[in-house]
Design a protein around this ligand. Structure first.
Ligand code: SF4
Ligand code: SF4
Length: 374
């Protein structure tokens, strides 16, 4: 957060800065068929225009020159479907001494990959696991055997780390909170502990991608959720697992519908436009999708293609500048409705670090949010 706030402070003084973080999707292809995946409702998905291996690798050089420090390699699809180039990307990021996180369904690693992740000092791997047992996880992921493969690879990675006496990569589980796992959150923590995970990071569901089946919580389940969360918090303390599960004690935040309103209402009114900006990601994060479309945040749908333009041209170009100017005028792009509470919390952390922020800006802030969403 410190570096992000530092760069945003410089932007506010008129000194343009490069992105701190890039979120890169090597591919949209996937070996799973998750019931809540964005691809389920996107039948026109065309994977024939994915960025070439060469362009993906040259992006890392350009990013390094722009001052990028952090990478999230995720999807889109499953990064390891483009196995060879994804492993090259990870190696190159570490050679350039940047920080990296890989988000994966965990099923496509081979033994060499697992050893390589430890040997190069890759920083963090997040395995997407949505149920504490094969019945739930395989059902949600649309394929039998996914749970077994993911947990086996997780254990192999954890064991190889121990063998090499390495603290890296930091290992975590990402879990989408839904109606099939909301009453088994403590079991998710137990599973994480058993396979060697240090973190369980719960994410809200975006109901807009769901097909016919209901996976979001109904009112009765939402009422029950706080008790399940409290049990999970207790279990996490017992087993020494980090988790963000407490964020969902406010059950209004468990799905992503109409998030624009929450983003807007969580930002204060101020004469200082940088303090009242609803979101800071357009000043520090560049997202690059598998087809080369690049935007200035993690949930973007509008931007420019990196095929024929450099990252520098795009990041400092007119399109991104327009998005930033609109943000300063508190006009959000339409895609913000799909955003997540995680971003809201990060924005507030950054806002607190911006220079000369009067403390009264934060007085009664959480209460204001609660009042608004109830
Ligand atoms: S693993 Fe990810 S990309 Fe693949 S189907 Fe599931 S949600 Fe979609
Ligand atoms: S979708 Fe909107 S609120 Fe979310 S990160 Fe992007 S700009 Fe920020």
């Amino acid at each position: 957060m410190r570096l992000k706030a530092e760069r945003i402070n410089l932007w506010a003084k008129g000194k343009k800065q490069g992105p701190v973080r890039i979120e890169l999707h090597p591919t949209n292809k996937c070996n799973a068929r998750c019931k809540f995946c964005w691809q389920i409702t996107n039948n026109s998905q065309d994977n024939s225009h994915e960025l070439s291996d060469e362009r993906l690798l040259s992006i890392i050089d350009e990013a390094y020159a722009l001052g990028v420090k952090e990478w999230i390699i995720s999807g889109g699809g499953e990064p390891l479907v483009r196995h060879e180039v994804t492993m090259k990307i990870l190696n190159k990021i570490k050679k350039c001494r940047m920080w990296g996180q890989l988000t994966t369904n965990g099923t496509l690693f081979n033994k060499e990959d697992i050893e390589n992740l430890v040997d190069i000092g890759w920083d963090q791997v997040q395995f997407s696991i949505d149920g504490p047992n094969p019945k739930i996880h395989d059902y949600l992921r649309g394929k039998k055997g996914i749970f077994e493969k993911a947990t086996r690879n997780f254990k192999l990675l954890s064991e190889y780390k121990k063998q090499k006496k390495s603290s890296l990569p930091f290992l975590g589980v990402n879990t989408i909170l839904n109606r099939l796992n909301y009453n088994k959150l403590d079991k998710m923590i137990e599973l994480a502990h058993d396979i060697g995970s240090q973190l369980v990071y719960f994410e809200p569901l975006y109901p807009g991608y769901l097909s016919k089946e209901r996976l979001e919580l109904n009112e009765k389940e939402k009422k029950e959720l706080p008790d399940h969360i409290k049990r999970a918090i207790k279990k996490a303390k017992e087993l020494g697992i980090s988790t963000n599960v407490d964020r969902f004690l406010d059950t209004n935040l468990i799905d992503k519908t109409h998030f624009s309103d929450i983003v807007m209402n969580y930002s204060p009114n101020s004469k200082n436009k940088f303090i009242s900006a609803p979101c800071y990601q357009p000043w520090y994060l560049m997202g690059i999708k598998a087809d080369g479309l690049s935007g200035c945040c993690s949930t973007f749908e509008d931007g420019e293609f990196v095929h024929n333009k450099s990252l520098k041209e795009i990041w400092f170009g007119r399109k991104f500048d327009n998005i930033r100017s609109n943000m300063l005028e508190r006009k959000l792009p339409d895609y913000c409705r799909k955003c997540s509470v995680v971003v809201v919390v990060d924005n507030n952390e950054i806002r607190k670090r911006l220079m000369n922020v009067p403390q009264e800006v934060f007085t009664g802030f959480k209460e204001k949010l609660k009042k608004w969403i109830n």
